[in-house]
Structure formats: structure tokens, C-alpha cells
Design a protein around this ligand. Structure first.
Ligand code: FE
Length: 230
């Protein structure tokens, strides 16, 4: 498998490139608008053809490259069935798979950070979007966020994956790049709660400031990032 983890320093976003083999198909997960040229160059260098650009959810902290990549490479663009983005060409739902040659990513619906948040599972790793971060979890105070739904997504879905499953989140702000389900169960401070209600109370007490780019990024991302190119 070809696997690359790319970092956008402006928004601390991780973008993932996945392909089964050189000469074959590729998928980009959570690409950032400003880095489109870098992605296109890397795809060429690795000799893979982008067939699918995917967002785990509508991001509030950066503009997506989905629309730009579609223009540049003619790839399909995908978000979940719960997304309000009408610009995408593919909509997935839990139980389906995203296929890139023989790679099959199982789709999990993991709402909480937003109501359109999804995670993607390969046999040895999971892409958790902003649902499960390394030593953290995504905030639940805007875009129809719901701490109770997030608890259910975490404890009934993601944390039930095998403990040695690698965790690749959509962001990290402290330089952590990868974790495992077992490591997060043991050391993630947000997960050390006695009950669902305790998790809800914890999230409701965070009192975070709104992301700087929210008023620009959310409307732009509903249109696959192409609004900002105007
Ligand atoms: Fe997010």
C-alpha cells in the first residue's frame, strides 16, 4: 500500500493519500485548498491517479480542496449522506465501502463533532476525522455538534476496534502523528469518564473560541471549496 500523511501548518490538518500500488488509483482524505498543487505533484511523482477526494465532514477551520482537485484531475468528490454539501459527486453511508483498486475503506457514521462526521476503517488503521483525536476529541459546540452522539460514536464504534488499530486523526496541534485505539483508551484524558452524562458535561464545559476561519470555511466548504476561488 502507498500511504502518505501530509500536514497543513496553517490549520494543523492532516491529509492522507492512499493507493494500493504505483500505476493505480489513489484517494485523498481531507485535502486542504491551498495545498492542491502539492497534492497534484505528489500524485504525479508516485505515479498514481486520483479517483476520489473525500472529506470526513464539513470543516470549519480550512477550505477543502475537493472542488479544486475535481477540476484539476477529474476525480470524484465524496462526503457522507448527512452532509449539506450538494457539490459532491458521491455520497456514502455507514456500511458501504470506498474502493481504490483493491483497497476497501469501510465507512462508519461517527457524528458528534458535527452531524456529518464519518470515519474510515482499513484492517490495520482507522481515519477518525475530528471524532477521535490523539489525546483529545473534536469539539461539539457548533455545526450541529452533539456530545452525547459523540460519546456513542466513540464508545460504541471507534473504541470497539481492535486495540492495536492505528489511529490517524484529521488534526493534531501538538505534533502527535499517529496513535492506537488501545493507547487512546488508556491515555486520552477525554475518554476517562464514568458515564455518558459525564462526557456530555465535560464537553459542554469547554468554552472554546470559534475557529478563526469558520465564517469563511463553512460556506465555502458547502460548495466544495470553490467559493473561495472566486
Ligand atoms: Fe472539524
Amino acid at each position: 500500500m502507498i500511504f502518505r500523511q501530509l500536514f497543513d501548518p496553517g490549520s494543523s490538518t492532516y491529509t492522507y493519500l492512499l493507493a494500493e500500488r504505483a500505476g493505480g488509483e489513489a484517494l485523498l482524505l481531507d485535502p486542504v485548498f491551498e495545498n492542491t498543487d502539492q497534492y497534484v505533484q505528489l500524485l504525479n511523482e508516485l505515479d498514481v491517479r486520483l479517483v476520489l477526494a473525500v472529506d470526513t465532514h464539513i470543516h470549519a477551520d480550512h477550505v477543502t480542496a475537493l472542488g479544486r482537485l475535481q477540476q484539476r484531475t477529474d476525480c470524484a468528490t465524496a462526503m457522507g449522506e448527512k452532509s449539506v454539501a450538494e457539490c459532491v459527486s458521491v455520497r456514502f453511508r455507514e456500511g458501504e465501502t470506498l474502493n481504490v483498486d483493491k483497497l476497501r475503506l469501510d465507512v462508519l457514521y461517527t457524528p458528534g463533532h458535527t452531524d456529518d462526521s464519518y470515519s474510515f476503517v482499513l484492517p490495520d488503521r482507522v481515519f477518525t476525522g475530528d471524532t477521535l483525536l490523539i489525546r483529545g476529541t473534536g469539539r461539539t459546540d457548533f455545526q450541529n455538534g452533539d456530545p452525547g452522539a459523540q460519546y456513542d460514536s466513540l464508545f460504541n464504534k471507534l473504541l470497539r476496534l481492535p486495540p492495536d488499530t492505528l489511529v490517524y486523526p484529521a488534526h493534531d496541534y501538538k505534533g502527535m502523528m499517529v496513535s492506537t485505539i488501545g493507547e487512546e483508551l488508556q491515555h486520552n484524558p477525554r475518554l476517562q469518564v464514568e458515564s455518558r452524562q459525564a462526557y456530555i458535561d465535560q464537553m459542554n464545559a469547554l468554552n472554546l473560541e470559534a475557529p478563526e476561519l469558520m465564517d469563511i470555511a463553512v460556506p465555502a466548504n458547502r460548495e466544495c471549496g470553490l467559493k473561495s476561488a472566486a
